[in-house]
Structures are given as structure tokens and as C-alpha cells.
Design a protein around this ligand. Structure first.
Ligand code: ATP
Ligand code: MG
Length: 365
């Protein structure tokens, strides 16, 4: 039997509650489907700081590096607002992304039919929406040097951020986007601002060349990122896969998220480069939402984003496509039956807590 190693980092706030529902699914798949998952668990964020003064220990980093995939809950909360900057809860998440070189951030925006009404747009615009935003995660203006604030001495200060992209960084994210497009609608829209940014010129050029060299079967379009943002809100269903840089991806994926209805529903995956020997990618899966301290410990958090993140893990780390589809179908079925956590509650629906929602999804799986 294949052995599949998972490293679980539940984290803080509602993280442990939502991860508990994924653990049930893992146990079920091991017992009923011989899935062969081997799990280990570590601490990250505030809970790691409380235990050993760091936002993630070196030992847990090593386990995250060795595992086939990492499942991440959420980090942070008001009780850690005053901890030193270097060991703040979010530092653990950033270290994971950086040390594992998770350069490709995949954020699907799927609108479950049963929730179309919850969208901030007209339901007919988003019903059936299925977009995948591929955001470059380890480069661009968030990391480029120089990055400084200088006192100019005349009562003025100067802030500098630098957008840097090398060819290889654009090539590898473009390749991820094209490969994913082949498994979906076979269309990629690349977004940058080549009209005002040199990095946009290079981005456009490298995406075009990568397409021509290896992925000419996929339909490729280019849009300026501002126009893309407008189109995303005006006619979101025109998009299949969107590939863009770190900054634009941050904003556009939040816009896409709001099209779908609820934060408690949205999964994400962060992938690294394939190992040249084994072809396996480092990967971490996490909900888009945070630790939701306002509802932590109450048993009312929506576990769907965490469960949908595990479905992405099945698909991208283990190529368990059928199981991933079944799990996503189970989520849709439960929503169709009108079973809802508080955050997605609607008239006439049945209100349930975290564990009941997890149980309902498992029963449909
Ligand atoms: P972060 O800085 O970690 O992103 P945040 O405060 O920006 O945190 P969240 O922690 O995601 O954002 O919470 C935003 C709001 O959404 C809160 O009111 C929270 O209760 C709610 N929320 C987030 N996730 C869920 C969930 N899974 N189920 C129910 N409500 C949620
Ligand atoms: Mg936030």
C-alpha cells in the first residue's frame, strides 16, 4: 500500500476546530479506502510561541519539509498582538512558504449553486463560477530589494519598494498555470501592467514564450491588471485560469473570493517546484480565512474551507482526482440540502455547528 505522509499544523483560533473535521476524513479514507495516509502534527503560530518561544520550531520545519504535503489551519489572535515581530504568529506561515519555496499560490473561486444568492453580485453573474487564480507568491514587490524608508532630513521621508522578477520565476509560474488549465477549461489569462512597468513587459514576454514553446494547445490571453480587475467583477465567468504576480494576485484573488459568497468556504494551495528526480512538489494547503478569534472555541466555525483545502491536497499532491471530486461533490450536496453553519445561514436552512457540518460532509462522501 502506498504511504502518503501528511504534516498537520492546526495553529490557532478556529484552526484546530476545522482541522479536526479534516482528520475525520483522513481516518475514514484510511479505514474504508486503504488510502495509506500517515499523519504527524506540529505547532505553528501563537500556540508554537507559547510552547517554545518561536512561531514554528526547527523540528517542525524539518517535518514540514519531509512530508508529502502540509495542511495548515490558521494563525494569530489578539493574545499575541504584543509578541516580538520576528516571532509573531504570521512569521511561522511566512517561513513555511519561504523555506519550502512555495512559489505558486492557487486560489479557486468556486460559487456553489446553493450559495449564489449570498454573493455580493447578481446571482446570475456568479452561479456556476469556477475560476482559478494562480498567484506568484515568493517574488515581486513584496520581497524585492531595496525596500527602505529613508529620512530625507527636510521633514520628508522616502519609501522604496522594488518589483523584481527574473525570467525563471515567471517561467515556472506560467508553467503551473498552463498545466492546470489543461485539467480545466484550457484557457489562461495573464495579467500585468506592461504599459507602465518593466516587470510587466518581461512578464508578458516570458508568458508568451513559455506558451509558444510548450503549451500552444492552451488558449492564452493577456489583460492589463486594472482592466482584468474590472472584468473580474463585470463578467467573472469569462475566466478560467488567471496567472499574475504577487501584488496583483493578492488583490485579484480577494476580489474573486468576494464573488463567491463566504470566506469560510475558500480553500488554497501553495506549491513548489517539482523535484527533478521524483517529480513530487512541496505543497501546503490552507483555508483563505484567518483564525477568526471572535468565534474560536464556540464550535460554530465553518469547516468547509479547510475540507476543500484537503480536497485540493488530494488532487494536487496525491493525484487522487476521483476522491477530490467526490469530496467537493459531498460539500455541494450538503449545501444543497440546506445544511449551513452560521456564516452562510439562509432562510429555511438548518443551522449546524462545526462538527455537525463535518459529519454531514463525511456522510455524503
Ligand atoms: P487574518 O488576519 O488571519 O486574515 P482576519 O481577521 O482578517 O484574519 P478572519 O480571521 O478570516 O480574518 O475573520 C474575518 C471574519 O470572518 C470574522 O468575523 C470571522 O469570524 C469570520 N470567519 C472567518 N473564517 C470563518 C469560518 N471558517 N467560519 C465562520 N466564520 C469565519
Ligand atoms: Mg485578514
Amino acid at each position: 500500500m502506498a504511504q502518503r505522509t501528511l504534516f498537520l499544523l492546526p495553529g490557532d483560533g478556529i484552526g484546530p476546530e476545522t482541522m479536526g473535521e479534516v482528520r475525520k476524513i483522513i481516518d475514514y479514507m484510511n479505514a474504508e479506502q486503504d488510502a495509506g495516509f500517515v499523519t504527524d502534527e506540529g505547532l505553528v503560530g501563537g500556540s508554537a510561541y507559547d510552547a517554545h518561544g518561536a512561531s514554528i520550531s526547527d523540528a517542525d520545519m524539518a517535518k514540514a519539509t519531509d512530508a508529502d504535503a502540509v495542511l495548515f489551519g490558521a494563525v494569530g489572535g489578539p493574545q499575541w498582538d504584543a509578541v516580538p515581530y520576528d516571532v509573531r504568529p504570521e512569521a511561522g506561515l511566512l517561513r513555511l512558504r519561504k523555506d519550502l519555496e512555495l512559489f505558486a499560490n492557487l486560489r479557486p473561486a468556486i460559487c456553489y449553486p446553493a450559495l449564489a444568492q449570498a454573493s455580493s453580485l447578481k446571482p446570475e453573474l456568479v452561479e456556476g463560477l469556477d475560476i482559478l487564480i494562480v498567484r506568484e507568491l515568493t517574488g515581486g514587490v513584496y520581497f524585492g530589494e531595496p525596500k527602505t524608508i529613508t529620512d530625507l532630513g527636510n521633514g520628508q521621508k522616502r519609501a522604496i519598494d522594488t518589483q523584481v522578477y527574473d525570467t525563471y520565476e515567471i517561467e515556472r509560474i506560467a508553467a503551473v498555470a498552463f498545466e492546470l488549465a489543461r485539467t480545466r477549461g484550457n484557457t489562461v489569462c495573464s495579467m500585468e501592467k506592461r504599459n507602465v512597468m518593466k516587470s510587466g513587459v518581461l512578464w508578458n514576454q516570458v508568458v508568451t514564450e513559455t506558451h509558444k514553446a510548450q503549451y500552444s494547445d492552451v488558449k492564452l490571453e493577456h489583460m492589463l491588471a486594472d482592466a482584468g480587475g474590472m472584468q473580474l467583477v463585470r463578467a467573472p465567468k469569462q475566466f478560467d485560469v488567471i496567472v499574475t504576480d504577487n501584488l496583483f494576485g493578492d488583490m485579484l484573488s480577494d476580489v474573486a473570493a468576494m464573488l463567491t459568497g463566504s470566506l469560510g468556504m475558500l480553500p488554497s494551495a501553495s506549491l513548489g517546484a517539482p523535484d527533478p528526480k521524483t517529480g513530487k512538489r512541496k505543497a501546503m494547503y490552507e483555508p483563505v480565512h484567518g483564525s477568526a478569534p471572535d468565534i474560536a472555541g464556540k464550535g460554530i466555525a465553518n469547516p468547509i474551507a479547510m475540507i476543500a483545502s484537503f480536497a485540493m491536497c488530494l488532487r494536487y499532491s496525491f493525484n487522487m482526482i476521483e476522491e477530490a471530486n467526490n469530496l467537493e461533490k459531498a460539500i455541494a450536496n450538503v449545501l444543497d440540502k440546506g445544511i449551513r453553519t452560521a456564516d452562510i445561514m439562509a432562510d429555511g436552512a438548518t443551522r449546524v455547528g462545526t462538527t455537525q457540518m463535518g459529519d454531514a460532509i463525511l456522510a455524503e462522501f
